[in-house]
Structures are given as structure tokens and as C-alpha cells.
Design a protein around this ligand. Structure first.
Ligand SMILES: [Mn+2]
Length: 246
């Protein structure tokens, strides 16, 4: 089965503090182009699909009916991230075992850190965001906030916002049990092939579809071939070159 995993869309209300940064139609067109190119049979939304630190689900649902309907209609699998732990009908993780008995484990990955993985940590984060929501009424603070978001998410920079080593360690722990682990949360697209415990293990990170970018991992669950996909912001669809399986 061909599986596409995307994460960290951070769909918001389109008002202040929004980080999705996509026009819904263009996002869906991009997604469909990728689905068609690889013959994707199942799509997993690996957490932080919605940005509920800043807005309530109702607020987000009201302004995003089209995209939510699309996800439901297509039967996409919805995994909980730290930003959307409150969304109904989401899974903690998702697993697929192929015909040779190899298992792929997919989860958002926030359980690896205190600030997002615990109730107390989330309470701190949410308090911080509610304060920020009031403060961004002041223009220079809003500008600084977006400056910081863009800085930390810059694809060309070595990750600072998240210590990706921590997530790699978390993935290794899961890889004792599973053959492939796919996390999100760090907004950094990654792929690692590791020879571990006498077998070949793979850790992938699905990156992010926020700030108008499209990042994803596509996996053939039978052959374990995979590819990372990275479409930069504002690139016209007809010039996008999608890599083939390696
Ligand atoms: Mn997250």
C-alpha cells in the first residue's frame, strides 16, 4: 500500500497568529497532485492538523468547513498532536503491519517533550499563547512573533526550536519494537536508515505543511521504499518536480 503522511498543518482561523498560510484550494490541489503522482492509497494526518492553542475547535471549524469536509470525505486518518488533543475522532497513533510482518508505527511525537507531552506542560504553553493572543494586538509584537516563527522554521537553518536529537532517541526507543517509525511535530523533514538490533530500521519525520509549504513522506508499506517530499512556498504546481521512490 502506498501511504502518504503529512503533519503540522496548524490550520487556524486565518486571523491573527495564523500559521497555516495556504489558500485551501491550492493546498488541496497540491495534495491531490502528490496523491496522483505516487498512487497514494491512504493519507495520514500525523497531528497538529489544527492549531488549538490559539483558537477553539469551533472557531477553526467555522472558518475551515471546506477542508474539514474534504479530510472526512476522503477518509484521511487523523492522529492527535499536542495542538489538537481535544479534537474528537483522532487516534493516539496508527500502525500498519505488512504481509512480511513488518510494522510501521506513526505518531505525532510530542510525547518526547515536557512542554507538549504533559498536561502541565500544555497548560504552560496554552497560558503563554493566550497572553500572546492579547499582545499581538500591538503591531511590533505581532511582527516579532512572525519573525520568530519564520526564523525557527527556516528550512535552511539548523533546528533550534526543537532538539531533533531528542526525537531521534524517542524514535529509536520505538524502533526496538517496530521496523519503521514516522513522527512529526519538529517541523523538520528527516529520514534516517539505521542498522539496529540486527535489522534495518527507518525513522522518518513528516516535517510540516505550515507557512504555505508542503512537506510529506510517502512510503510503500510492502517494499519499505520511501521518499521525502518538499515543495517550497509559493511554487507554482506545474513546475513542481516530485522525486520518485529511491
Ligand atoms: Mn506538535
Amino acid at each position: 500500500m502506498i501511504l502518504l503522511v503529512i503533519s503540522d498543518l496548524h490550520i487556524d482561523t486565518g486571523r491573527k497568529l495564523g500559521t497555516f498560510g495556504w489558500k485551501v484550494k491550492k493546498f488541496i490541489d497540491t495534495l491531490e497532485r502528490v496523491i496522483e503522482h505516487y498512487g497514494v492509497e491512504k493519507v495520514v494526518l500525523n497531528g497538529d492538523t489544527f492549531d488549538l492553542y490559539k483558537y477553539s475547535y469551533n472557531e477553526i471549524a467555522e472558518t475551515n468547513t471546506k477542508i474539514i469536509e474534504y479530510f472526512t470525505q476522503k477518509g484521511f486518518i487523523l492522529i492527535r498532536g499536542n495542538h489538537d488533543v481535544w479534537v474528537k475522532h483522532t487516534l493516539d497513533h496508527y500502525q500498519i503491519t505488512n504481509s512480511t510482518g513488518k510494522t510501521i508505527h506513526i505518531e505525532h511525537g510530542h510525547k518526547a517533550d515536557f512542554l507538549n507531552g504533559t498536561r502541565l506542560g500544555r497548560f504552560f504553553s496554552i497560558t503563554m499563547y493566550s497572553t500572546l493572543k492579547l499582545l499581538v494586538r500591538i503591531r511590533w509584537i505581532e511582527r516579532t512573533f512572525y519573525g520568530a516563527v519564520n526564523y525557527f522554521d527556516d528550512v535552511n537553518r539548523i533546528p533550534r526550536k526543537y532538539n531533533t536529537f531528542k526525537y531521534l532517541m524517542y524514535a529509536l526507543k520505538l524502533l526496538k519494537k517496530y521496523d519503521m517509525v514516522i513522527l512529526g511535530h519538529t517541523h523538520k523533514l528527516e529520514s534516517h536508515k539505521i542498522y539496529y538490533l540486527n535489522s534495518k530500521k527507518i525513522y522518518l519525520n513528516s516535517g510540516t505543511c505550515s507557512l504555505g509549504r508542503f512537506q510529506a513522506v510517502v512510503v510503500d508499506t510492502e517494499s519499505f521504499e520511501y521518499e521525502t517530499i518538499k515543495i517550497p512556498k509559493k511554487l507554482e504546481l506545474d513546475v513542481v518536480q516530485l522525486p520518485d521512490f529511491n
